[in-house]
Design a binder for this molecule. Structure first.
Ligand code: HEC
Length: 564
């Protein structure tokens, strides 16, 4: 009985996966091969703690919309201050547009800071902008994408809410790039060129205590969109704790993203975690999924299923493992376990056959997580079952559809990270909380939804949302042929059938990672420990909290013929 229940639950957890092929708008492809990326996404269902909550779910207060108007006066005065400030800063040297813009004197600095972490040899984009030649070759396209604010990729509006690691080009820098391209992209004096910064390689955080190899994956030349189900087993000398679990891509320009869970065994219930298959093409139906679980030998030896902790490790290009300040977040690691990359996605490869060898990096912690993150989601497959998408997500062809989902919380919470989620018809997304007194707390606004860049947005400081507040997410879908990402031509009926495996579905979700509120949470900076390796210097990173665990093994057999 228990076995059945758990395995069904497991299947359900994986059921929400949607596969969607995506093409960058043709305007962007510019004769280059059309970029095909894809994103499959596991919606998390239930967060254990959240279900303990008393849930109040009254209708929205009438005051809710009024509050927006009430703040407009303050907003106007703030705007005035901002305008004055901008005007003043426009007069300083730093913000002046140079008479002649050159690569060595101006463009290189902008690109080093905003583009080349991805666009460099070995970076996660397919082409480099990290030299004069490369920058010149891609000048026209770059001028276009920065003007349209497609690059650097950061779809959230920084004027609505700010997050850690946001990449935004200033208006001045956008103008400088336009001018440089319009004036024929001069190189400038060679001796003025600052050296390329040392971008981090390997772990983006610091030296991990344990690197567990993901089985090497073979990728054929000129291939597109490979989706895999991958098991990464590990065994430790004892149960322990981790402050961070990080995914480190091997070939980082082909690994598009992963969503990874942790399978936690009771020590006595599983003899050999290393037995069983490790890699399968991602199964898009439950029957195959359950067969794959079987061949992976994921269950306990007696056939029951162990605990599956969702979303312990996620990766998207440009997103780095987030180490929280002492006492926040963290994991309990079992002696025996697996990381289950229930969705490992490779984008397109160039003209050579390659192998990818990625890693899962563990940063141990001496202390158990005192405030582990909790999570709930509203919208499609909402955590509590009572925060559905309204009205139903049925999007008729040739229409633009507005939906929302709302949920009233019964305790004070501190929001840490949020993740809005829609598919290809998504056009815009907004989320905010309306407090019992009618005031609005802004959470996120994505004026132009970008399917490819679905970040987990972490606030610079935790955001307190008091008990009785209603969290509201609003989404707009564009099912017309004007939406260049529309998977159908001509447009067709699209819905969010729960549990359907079809590639043609939509979703509307807002996922919230939070802590029960504690006095002073809103003053704690979450940025302190998130400094990128290299940006601060490894010597500043305190490794004392990370005792090396001798005898840990994470053995993944190498594929035959893998170049060592
Ligand atoms: C977080 C990583 C990241 C950052 C930062 C970034 N890019 Fe990109 N960019 C990508 C990826 C990924 C693509 C998709 C194509 C690929 O894989 O090369 C892309 C695509 C592009 C394209 C379209 C290529 C084409 O013709 O199809 C241009 C142009 C571009 N970026 C310029 C820039 C510029 C200029 C900046 C800085 C102002 C920048 N990018 C910052 C990751 C990044």
């Amino acid at each position: 009985m228990r076995k059945n229940k758990r395995s069904k639950q497991w299947a359900k957890l994986n059921l929400g996966v949607r596969k969607i092929a995506f093409q960058l708008p043709r305007a962007l492809a510019r004769g280059r091969r059309v970029v095909s990326l894809a994103l499959a996404k596991i919606p998390r269902t239930i967060s254990a703690k959240a279900t303990d909550w008393v849930i109040v779910y009254p209708d929205l207060k009438a005051g809710a919309t009024k509050s927006k108007i009430a703040i407009s006066h303050t907003f106007l005065s703030l705007l005035l201050v901002a305008v004055v400030f901008l005007f003043q800063s426009a007069c300083t040297d730093k913000n002046e547009i140079p008479e002649t813009v050159t690569y060595t004197e101006h463009i290189a600095l902008i690109y080093y800071a905003n583009c080349d972490i991805c666009h460099r040899p070995g970076g996660n984009a397919h082409f480099s902008l990290a030299s004069y030649e490369d920058a010149r070759k891609n000048g026209g396209a770059s001028a276009y994408v920065v003007k349209e604010k497609i690059m650097p990729p950061w779809p959230a509006d920084p004027h609505y809410a700010e997050f850690i690691g946001q990449r935004i080009l200033s208006d001045r820098d956008i103008k400088v790039i336009q001018k440089w391209v319009a004036e024929g992209m001069p190189e400038g004096p060679k001796d003025k060129l600052a050296p390329l910064p040392k971008y981090p390689t390997g772990s983006m955080v610091s030296t991990p205590d344990l690197r567990i190899p993901v089985p090497p994956i073979f990728l054929k030349a000129n291939s597109y969109d490979k989706f895999l189900l991958v098991k990464v087993p590990f065994q430790l000398p004892s149960d322990t704790f981790a402050s961070l679990i990080e995914f480190e891509p091997g070939r980082n320009n082909v690994v598009h993203h992963i969503n990874g869970d942790m399978v936690k065994y009771d020590f006595d219930k599983k003899k050999n975690v290393f037995a069983g298959e490790q890699v399968f093409p991602f199964p898009w139906d439950t029957t195959t999924l359950m067969q794959d679980f079987k061949q992976m030998e994921l269950s306990n030896d007696d056939g029951t299923y162990p605990v599956l902790q969702k979303s312990v490790v996620n990766y998207l290009p440009g997103v780095y493992g987030q180490k929280y300040p002492e006492g926040i977040g963290g994991y309990t690691l079992p002696r025996k376990g697996d990381f289950l990359l229930n969705d490992m996605h490779y984008g397109f490869t160039n003209k050579d056959d390659i192998w990818d060898s990625s890693y899962i990096n563990i940063f141990f912690s001496r202390t158990p997580p005192s405030r582990p993150l909790q999570e709930f989601q509203i919208g499609t497959l909402s955590s509590f079952g009572n925060a559905p998408v309204l009205p139903d997500l049925i999007i008729l062809p040739n229409t633009v559809k507005h939906v929302y989902s709302k949920f009233t919380i019964s305790k004070d919470i501190s929001i840490v990270t949020i993740n809005p989620h829609m598919h290809l018809l998504g056009k815009s997304f907004k989320a905010y909380a309306v407090q019992p007194n009618g005031d609005t707390i802004k959470l996120i606004s994505i004026p132009r939804w970008d399917f490819n860049w679905q970040y987990f947005y972490t606030f610079k400081k935790m955001v307190k949302v008091p008990a009785g507040s209603t969290i509201i997410a609003e989404g707009v879908y564009d099912n017309t042929k004007g939406n260049l990402n529309n998977p159908f031509s001509p447009p067709q009926l699209v819905t969010d059938k729960n549990g359907s495996m079809s590639a043609k579905d939509e979703m509307f979700q807002f996922i919230v990672s939070y802590l029960p509120y504690k006095e002073g949470d809103e003053n704690i900076s979450l940025e302190t420990n998130s400094t990128l390796k290299g940006a601060k210097g490894d010597e500043d990173i305190n490794l004392e909290t990370t005792p090396p665990l001798k005898g840990a093994k994470g053995v993944a057999p190498l594929a035959p013929g893998f170049p060592r």
